[in-house]
Design a protein around this ligand. Structure first.
Ligand code: G6P
Length: 369
């Protein structure tokens, strides 16, 4: 097992550090930035289904559901197709209105999650075209869907999902770009810019991994906290949910992810000097709005841990701790902002003596209801 961990103390850490390579594996042979092409067989063979879709429904559970939420923002912005994202467990039991003009995308690392599988069967019965985004080759979901695209993240052993999440986002981003090209919904220059940017992501993820030392130092300060709040807006709202989920899963600290602006409708009541608040505040996106949210937290003495773009001075002046990540477009920022949050939860869990790779009560794959 020690050998399988490749020199890391835990599978989770190994998998966090694999992300630059597996993101590259995921787009290898599919993304041809120089030629301005994205080639994915499962999409090419069914491009009409996607282009003519009246909407895309995304179903998933856990971390995969968070990847679906990121995809909602990307698909709507790039390809201008309405998207709804649902927990598979809710979708399957609510007699959903769905038919042959709908495309359903099921996201699952394992390809074995019972609720996601049941949602797929239901959507097929109702005539929808069902596309899978799975990691495990030959899994039940990959066999049950009409077509699909694998994430090529390699085996994920740690129960808390890390590299599966970023590779799911990579696949979904490529699909959105391919559809944008087919529909002409992005300008030619934006389309090419995003293709080239995607190629730079592995390098930027490597750079984002340099936040490990600051994440560890911050973990030392907050390891005994009993609550955490995670805030983000737009593309980074789902990242806030994912950051909170990672912390809950492996450190057993209660954590809540929230859209930053929605904070005033509830969580702000919880903020005092005991409350660490992780704010995802990259320069692109709704930066000024997030800065004013940070000011609101500060005036209530909350402890601010901010994830910012390299060189940011404004948030640095307000926050108690900052973690710097490389600059990206708003749409691709989740691939980077996620990294320090994975590292932070990892170090907190280790410092609390938790079983990082196999947290209590959790399973890698939930194959029963
Ligand atoms: C379990 C795992 C999570 C995972 C979720 C969905 O809860 O512990 O890490 O995100 O299932 O699994 P799937 O394999 O469908 O992505």
């Amino acid at each position: 097992e020690q050998i399988e961990k490749g020199g890391y103390d835990h599978f989770m850490m190994k998998e966090i550090y694999e992300q630059p390579n597996v993101i590259k594996d995921t787009y290898r042979g599919r993304l041809h930035a120089n030629e301005g092409l994205i080639k994915m067989a499962g999409i090419e063979d069914n491009i009409d289904k996607f282009i003519n879709a009246q909407r895309i429904l995304i179903v998933a559970c856990g971390t995969s559901w968070h990847a679906g939420l990121v995809a909602e923002y990307i698909f709507e912005e790039f390809a201008r197709i309405p998207v709804e994202v649902e927990y598979a467990s809710e979708f399957r039991y609510r007699n959903p209105i769905i038919g042959d003009k709908d495309v359903l995308i099921a996201i699952s690392q394992s390809g074995e999650t019972a609720d996601t599988l049941a949602a797929i069967k239901l959507a097929k019965e109702k005539g929808a075209f069902v596309f899978g985004v799975c990691n495990v080759v030959g899994s039940s979901i990959s066999r049950e869907t009409h077509a699909g695209a694998y994430t090529h993240a390699g085996p994920e052993i740690g129960v808390a999902s890390t590299k599966a999440f970023t590779t799911q986002i990579t696949v979904l981003t490529m699909i959105a770009l391919r559809l944008a090209k087919a529909k002409g919904t992005l300008s030619i220059s934006d389309y090419h810019r995003y293709l080239s940017e995607l190629e730079t992501i592995p390098e930027k993820v490597s750079e984002a991994l340099h936040t490990n030392d600051s994440a560890k130092a911050i973990a030392t300060v907050f390891k005994d906290a009993t609550n955490f709040l995670y805030l983000g807006r737009g593309y980074n709202f789902p990242v806030a949910l994912e950051g909170a989920l990672k912390l809950k899963e492996i450190s057993y600290i209660h954590a809540e992810g929230y859209p930053a602006a929605e904070m005033k409708h509830g969580p702000i009541a919880l903020i005092d000097e005991q409350m660490p608040v992780v704010v995802i505040a990259p320069k692109q996106g709704h930066y000024d709005k997030v800065v004013s949210n940070i000011q609101e937290i500060k005036s209530r003495s909350g402890k601010i841990i901010a994830v910012v773009t390299k060189g940011d001075e404004q948030v640095r002046a307000l926050a108690d701790h900052v973690i710097e990540i490389p600059e990206t477009s708003d749409a691709m920022s989740p691939l980077l902002t996620t990294i320090p949050l994975q590292l932070l939860s990892y170090h907190i869990a280790v410092m609390r003596g938790c079983n990082v790779d196999q947290p209590r009560n959790l399973a890698k794959s939930v194959t029963v209801e």
